[in-house]
Write a protein that binds this ligand. Sequence first.
Ligand SMILES: Nc1nc2c(c(=O)[nH]1)N[C@H]1C(S)=C(S)[C@@H](COP(=O)(O)OP(=O)(O)OC[C@H]3O[C@@H](n4cnc5c(=O)[nH]c(N)nc54)[C@H](O)[C@@H]3O)O[C@H]1N2
Ligand SMILES: Nc1nc2c(c(=O)[nH]1)N[C@H]1C(S)=C(S)[C@@H](COP(=O)(O)OP(=O)(O)OC[C@H]3O[C@@H](n4cnc5c(=O)[nH]c(N)nc54)[C@H](O)[C@@H]3O)O[C@H]1N2
Ligand SMILES: [Mo]
Length: 768
Amino acid sequence: MKFKPAIKPYTGAAGGWGSLEATTRYVIDSKQAFKNIRNLLRVNKSKGFDCPGCAWGDDNTSTFSFCENGAKAVSWEATRKGVDEAFFAQRSVSKLYGQSDYFLEYQGRLTRPLRYNAQTDRYVPVSWQDAFALIAQHLRGLDHPGQLELYTSGRASNEASYLYQLFGRMFGTNNFPDCSNMCHEASGSGLKQSIGVGKGTIHLDDFEHADAIFVFGQNPGTNHPRMLHSLRHAADRGASIVTFNTLRERGLERFADPQNPLELLTPKSGRISSRYFQPNLGGDMAAVRGMVKALLETHRRQLAENLPGLFDDAFIQAHTQGVDDYLAAVDATSWQHIIRQSGLDERQLREAAEIYRHAQRVICTWAMGVTQHKHSVATVREIVNLQLLFGQLGKPGAGLCPVRGHSNVQGNRTMGIDEKPSGAMLDSLAAHFGFTPPRAPGHSTVEALEAMLRGEIRVLIALGGNLAAAAPDTARTEQAIRRCALTVHIATKLNRSHLITGADALILPTLGRTERDMQATGSQYVTVEDSFSMVHASEGVNPPISALQRSETAIVAGIADAVLGRDKLDWPRLAGDYNLIRDHIAATLPGFTDFNRRCEQPGGFYLGNAAAELRFNTPDGKARFSAAVLPATLFPQIDGQAVPFTLQTLRSHDQYNTTIYGMDDRYRGVYGQRDVVFVNAEDLAALGLADGDRVDIETLWHDGVSRKVSGFKAISYDIPRGNLAAYYPETNPLVPLSSFGDGTHTPTSKSVPVRLVRSPVTADARII
Ligand SMILES: Nc1nc2c(c(=O)[nH]1)N[C@H]1C(S)=C(S)[C@@H](COP(=O)(O)OP(=O)(O)OC[C@H]3O[C@@H](n4cnc5c(=O)[nH]c(N)nc54)[C@H](O)[C@@H]3O)O[C@H]1N2
Ligand SMILES: Nc1nc2c(c(=O)[nH]1)N[C@H]1C(S)=C(S)[C@@H](COP(=O)(O)OP(=O)(O)OC[C@H]3O[C@@H](n4cnc5c(=O)[nH]c(N)nc54)[C@H](O)[C@@H]3O)O[C@H]1N2
Ligand SMILES: [Mo]
């Protein structure tokens, strides 16, 4: 496949015609246009399937509620193309390894179970029974259960995840690395420490009541397009939208609603952000601290003048703990430090603070720009500090909103996919199922890879995802996975992880969320949880393209049955009737009482959030201010040198994580290519480089390992000096495995210390 590279700045609004055109192109391309359009109509309605795109919530009022990127996700899965035996017979695994991620997934759906044959270096057909037996044989041969890693990606349903964690714990391990470890871990961890619950506190309709919405480190135009509707409506009724983003993202500037015919017929489009600040990568904690410093000055001045202070003292008194220590930390942080680290000047931070304090109700949202740094937990907690000072919890139109990634990543955690499970959950499983769950914490994703590198892990089972491509430090990650005796991937489409095999390897083809799931007792639905803790049913409608594909739930039950037998649980019976699984969930997890009946409710049901009701599950029942010290510098000198650039690795408009739908990044004006790096024009000039020159990007890290990607096209872009951006997963080789967040092990994908050098690679377009 060849793509014609071009750079053409995008001048339109996000959404609008461009979005609908692109949607239609994807729908038509997937070779079953009619069915796909019908599917789109069903997305996010009470009957039909949940959009596998992102974890944004649904308002259940729109009849055509979908977005361009949701449409891509649906039609990508609903393709009639399948990879058959002949495909694998003709291609060795080493040969396939040389293909791009785009090529691999573009081949279509996996249609039958496959086993790797190391002699011929090919995947060959295997029966389901033999596949399960092979897994059982490996697992029975382990020295101890901790030699198993059970990876999960956030598309898995609640039912499949619940069975999966139960299987793992009955087998004896808490090794549940998951995509969340690389994603919103810092949100969960920071929120839990501050407010006692690791989830956002707001409902979707709070956006209709907020006076100001602060959006930190997030690109909703591409990654949560339905959020633009909420932002746009809020902006239209006069709410202030204040954005902190290192890049100028088109979707945060202007948005035309593709579901509003008037806006498609006229050039009308709505402004989103009232103020747009571009901090340095990793500069958000400093920025928020600067806002609080400004607010604290005003607060004290007013008090000195016998005027009411700014802070909500009644709220602080009644519901929080630690304010004095926090304000002392703010006093101890100098403006100079704040300005240097945030990259914003005092006037900008004072302006943001003024907008904040004049709003009665404020929502703060954030995503990967906040969570993928070393000091991400402290940054999340700093955002909470600001909200606590003003009592912005427990009332409509206000609160905290980490915008989740994968469509059911939040549900996975609720179901117990957690390497550090709470004692209460384990107690509940132990009592209900009559077994002794392991109490020792298991491995997060980075810890799992480290353990594999040390040769401590024998078997990796992955419930979806693309671990090899999604994880950092590609060379070390691949080396780690290859050390396993058995790798098992439960997947919809071929991807790079399937080509990084252990000595034995299996690919188990699964049904996607769009597909009808027939089991012994008839057609089944599953459930998922969105970013707003709404749980709802999702029922596939498409006939599967192969009779040999199985549902995730059935595959997990099949593995458990082969490994553990039926002494404790009749796994096949559970796989035959998901209502029975939901009964177990109801009996063991808080908030799911009467689960099956509540699934009938259109739009689903709310799981509840104690912090949103001002009940804080912290040791003293109060929300806790964090008095963290602002890091002295974001990058200490490495090997005696100052780090010239910080690189963030991010998503283009045409990808879903490691799934590459196409080579364009429309809103950033990039077409037909992905090997680009966005650089400030003055930085380019200082390096003696011209716009479009090819560069190598080299990581500066203190372990002596060389990490480099070559021949990237440097593009002059609106980004603060010293900051760079390039696409993931291509730049994952640059992220050191040992560079992760404090207290989270989340790879620092948004702050990689690098240098740029002119590249010897000059070819203009590489063949994809
Ligand atoms: N279409 C589509 N939808 C998706 C996904 C997808 O790949 N494609 N992925 C899903 C998943 S798993 C996730 S986690 C979410 C990801 O959603 P996002 O977090 O929006 O994803 P990224 O592309 O990583 O974008 C990070 C954004 O934060 C900004 N940023 C980076 N670092 C900083 C910083 O230090 N400070 C500030 N203020 N800004 C910063 C970047 O410029 C960019 O706009 O989207 C989900 N939805
Ligand atoms: N450098 C860098 N690295 C990052 C990030 C970054 O911003 N920068 N972001 C991180 C983030 S936020 C995340 S969430 C992770 C994502 O990590 P993962 O979740 O592991 O990766 P995905 O690309 O979402 O997984 C795609 C694969 O999932 C399979 N799949 C799709 N649908 C289904 C399904 O319904 N069932 C099953 N069983 N399989 C399915 C397909 O085979 C597909 O190839 O990557 C992380 N890695
Ligand atoms: Mo994510």
